[in-house]
Every structure is written in C-alpha cells, then in structure tokens.
Ligand binder design. Structure first.
Ligand code: PXG
Length: 459
C-alpha cells in the first residue's frame, strides 16, 4: 500500500483520484503536482522546491501551515470526545464555546450559529433558512433569491444555482429554481466607456432593484452576495455599491445574505467584511478560515430577527448534518481564533500588510500586460490585458492567465488565475519579507508572461 515515490504517487493519483474542477484529460496527460509539506507561508513539493503560497491554500489557511496549537487542540478533543451529535437536544463544550466566541466577534445582532462542514453546505443552509423564515412569517411566496452573475457560492446544486457561474449551470441544467442573477459590481470588466466607478457602482446596485421590481418584491426572499467576489475574480465593488444595495434591501424589506466564506476572519482587516463595509446582513455564511483549513467546518451566523422567529414557532426546522458542530472541528476553530486574536493578525492586515500589498500592486500598474491592479486587505487582483488603454482582453479567455500561473509556479509562487485575472489571497502572517519576495517574483512572472505573448500586445 505504502507507495511513496513521486512518480508512483502521480501515476496512482491519475488512476484513482478524480480531482475537483479539473480537465481530466489534461490531468491524465500532465500528471499532478505532489505537495508534501507546509510550514508558515511556504509549501514544498515532492522535488524539494519551496513555494511561497500567495493563496493561503484555497483562500483559507490564514494563520499559515504547521501550527502545533491546532494539532494539539484536535488531539485533546479527539481523546476526550471525538464525536457526538447536536441533534436531539444534545450539545458539547467546544460547540458552545465556539458559538459564544463567534457571536462575540460578529456584527451586532448575530447571536446564533448553525454549523456544517463546507461552505456549500452553509450556503444551502442559508437558502433553506431564508425561505423557512418567510414561510414562518406567513409570506411563503417570498422564494426568490437575487445573486450576481459570475459569483461562486459553492458546488452543491442549490449553492451552484445561487452562484452565477455559467459553465456550472450548463452542466447541471435545469438548475434549482428560484434564483436570479444580475450584473456583478465589476467596473473593470463591465463598465461602459467613460462610465466612472461611482456611476457604475450605482448602476450595478440598481440592477438589483430592477430585478426586485421585475419579479415583484412580495416574491423576493433575499439578496445574496459576497462583500467582495473572491473566486469570481476578486471583484471589488466601487465605494458607491454597498450603500446603495443596503438602501435597496431596506426599501423593499428583503433580507440580505452576506456570503463571507472568503472574506471572514481577517482577510479585509476586520473579523467580518460586513464590518468593513458597514452593511447589515441577516445571515452570514462562513467556512474556510474559521479553522484556517486545518479541518473542515462551516456555518451560518443567524441574526436575531431570524433566530427569534424560529424560536417563536413550535415546529422543527427540518435541516442539519451529521457533522453540524463537530467537536474536533470546533476545538480547532477555537485554537485558530485564539492565534488570529493573540497575534494581532487582523490589525496587521488593516494597518501594515494590507497597505503594503496595495503599494506593491501599484508598482505593477505600469507594466505593459497589466490593465488594472486592485486590493482590499490581503485580497488582490491583477488584470492581464492585450491593450492597456482600451482594457482589451487576449483572445481565448483564460489562456494567458494559465501561462502566467505556470510561470509563477516555476518561480516558486502560487497565484490563482481566474480567466486572465491573477488573484492573490496570502496568509495573514505574511511580513515585509514575504511581500518583498512576492514583489520580485511577480515582476519576473509578468515579464516572462509578456515575453510569451509579446506579439499579441498593443503598445
Ligand atoms: N461561498 C464562497 C464565497 C466560496 O468562495 C463556497 C461558498 C463554497 O465553499 P466549499 O467549502 O463548499 O468549497 C466558496 C468556495 C477557487 C475555489 O478555485 C474557491 C472556492 C472553493 C474551491 C475553489 O477559487 N470557494
């Protein structure tokens, strides 16, 4: 069984392991990279190459790799009580302690948490809670959830339906009913010629209002949105967007679901992005960095307005998972939050590394390949374009992004390509030293990519 040489592992992987979101034909042809170790901000592959992780795993390893405290917390909890469920009116210390902690960290009015294991599960839970809430309120027609095109909210059928990823919808047609998708707040890709970010932000927000009016406010359960779209390409809304969305949801009395699977737990320099933007959601979904990815855990923070309604009815909410509130995952989450807190990581993002990353990105703004750079906290994007002035893309969307991603890997830096948008979401423990290393590597990677596509560039 214990076949560990890299080639054997790659072969076995190709034979037996179906990877998520992967072109299986090309994976069989190329093989996969075997990552064998992580320590701090770095990963090592099977050939001994050290790679700077600019993505914190998959937007989740906020405290970096190899923290003993989390392993110890898991060991202690596994020894004491590895599992017990939270159905049938039972509970256990870690889930109570974590819930209290999250209620304390969350925006005002959030005092209850419903748990799952993945972000997709938390989104499914939120969808069910929204519709259940309106049914309890005597407005069962309020079923429709308005989301944005290109948004990623997960891979279960309901979460993928709420998401606006066209290729996913095409593969599981018909998608689950009751979702509408409007323009994302993506000035760089969606604005008309001459339209200012402020005007575009208002237009994108008002597309939500138009959709509410088109389907009838009495049929709308909620607006669902990431504060910043992450996997959709780090689409940072213009400052005019969120205040206008808040005005609109308030005006029509619809609920707001903030999907903070990527933005929660320090990424923007606050515990939650709702605090960063001053928005007032009724549900907040979280996952990923609640445990820094050391063990799966997700949840929905539920505002008092919804929790009070649930508690006012003598009936079950018919929903839950075996692992809702898993004790080991909760114990690991507490150890993770302790580290984020005691090491001042959020403050560091807000006052030091966030501004330094923004400054670093600006140093690429004049590169011939770069159409725009943008960031908030430690969430950043670099747009690759064929023509800077007109923002014209390369032919074959995503092709140049992949070229750039491969150069980055070879240079020892992990960046993610979303189409031709390069994105970064580093661990919150990056210091000036990693920022410096990233600056050097990105500059080189952009130059190498430029050399590959020089013939396609308009100067
Ligand atoms: N909501 C948001 C905002 C997400 O980013 C999910 C829900 C679903 O979470 P789970 O844990 O079910 O995967 C996500 C997940 C990528 C990538 O390639 C992004 C995610 C997951 C996998 C890959 O950028 N985001």
């Amino acid at each position: 069984m214990a076949t560990t040489t890299p080639t054997a592992l790659r072969d076995l992987d190709a034979c037996h392991h179906l990877h998520p979101f992967t072109n299986h034909k090309s994976l069989r042809a190329d093989g996969s990279r075997v990552i064998v170790k992580g320590e701090g901000c770095y990963l090592w592959d099977e050939d001994g190459n050290r790679i700077l992780d600019g993505m914190a795993g998959l937007w989740n390893v906020n405290i970096g790799y190899g923290r003993r405290e989390l392993a110890d917390a898991a060991h202690r909890q596994m020894s004491e009580l590895p599992f017990y469920n939270t159905f049938f009116k039972t509970t256990h210390p870690p889930v109570v302690q974590l819930s209290q902690r999250l209620a304390h960290l969350a925006p005002d009015g959030f005092n209850q948490v419903f748990y799952g294991s993945s972000g997709s599960e938390s989104v499914d839970t939120a969808i069910r809670l929204l519709r259940h809430y309106w049914a309890l309120r005597g407005e069962p027609a309020r079923q429709i959830i308005i989301s944005r095109r290109a948004a990623y909210h997960g891979s279960t059928i309901a979460a993928a339906s709420m998401g606006g990823i066209k290729t996913m919808h095409e593969q599981s047609y018909p998608v689950y009913p009751g979702f509408r998708h409007v323009i994302p707040p993506y000035w760089f890709g969606e604005a008309e010629a001459g339209e200012s970010p402020a005007d575009f932000g208002l237009r994108a927000a008002r597309a939500i209002e138009e959709e509410i009016l088109a389907v009838g406010p009495e049929n709308v359960a909620a607006v669902a949105a990431e504060p910043i779209m992450g996997a959709g390409g780090v689409k940072i809304p213009p400052p005019s967007y969120w205040p206008e969305v808040q005005r609109i949801v308030d005006k029509y009395g619809v609920l707001l679901l903030a999907d903070e699977v990527i933005t929660a737990f320090g990424r923007l320099g606050n515990w939650f992005a709702a605090q960063h933007y001053g928005i007032r959601p009724h549900l907040i979904t979280f996952a990923k960095a609640v445990t820094s990815g050391y063990i799966p855990l997700s949840g929905v923070l539920v505002h008092d307005r919804i929790a009070t309604e649930l508690a006012a009815h003598d009936d079950d909410f018919h929903h839950g998972y075996t692992y809702s509130g898993h004790p080991v995952a909760c114990a690991v989450a507490i150890a993770n939050l302790d580290i984020i807190d005691s090491e001042g990581l959020i403050e560091r993002v807000a006052t030091q590394t966030g501004p330094a990353l923004a400054e670093m990105l600006q140093s690429f703004a004049d590169h011939p390949l770069v159409g725009e750079v943008r960031s908030r906290g430690l969430l950043a994007a670099i747009e690759l374009v064929a023509d800077k002035s007109s923002r014209r893309r390369f032919a074959g969307e995503g092709r140049v992004g992949l070229v750039c991603r491969e150069h980055a890997f070879r240079e020892g830096l992990i960046m993610r390509a979303v189409g031709d948008t390069m994105v970064l979401s580093p661990p919150l423990i990056w210091t000036q030293s990693q920022l410096h290393e990233a600056r050097e590597k990105i500059r080189r990677v952009l130059d190498l990519t430029l050399a590959d596509v020089a013939g396609e560039i308009s100067s």
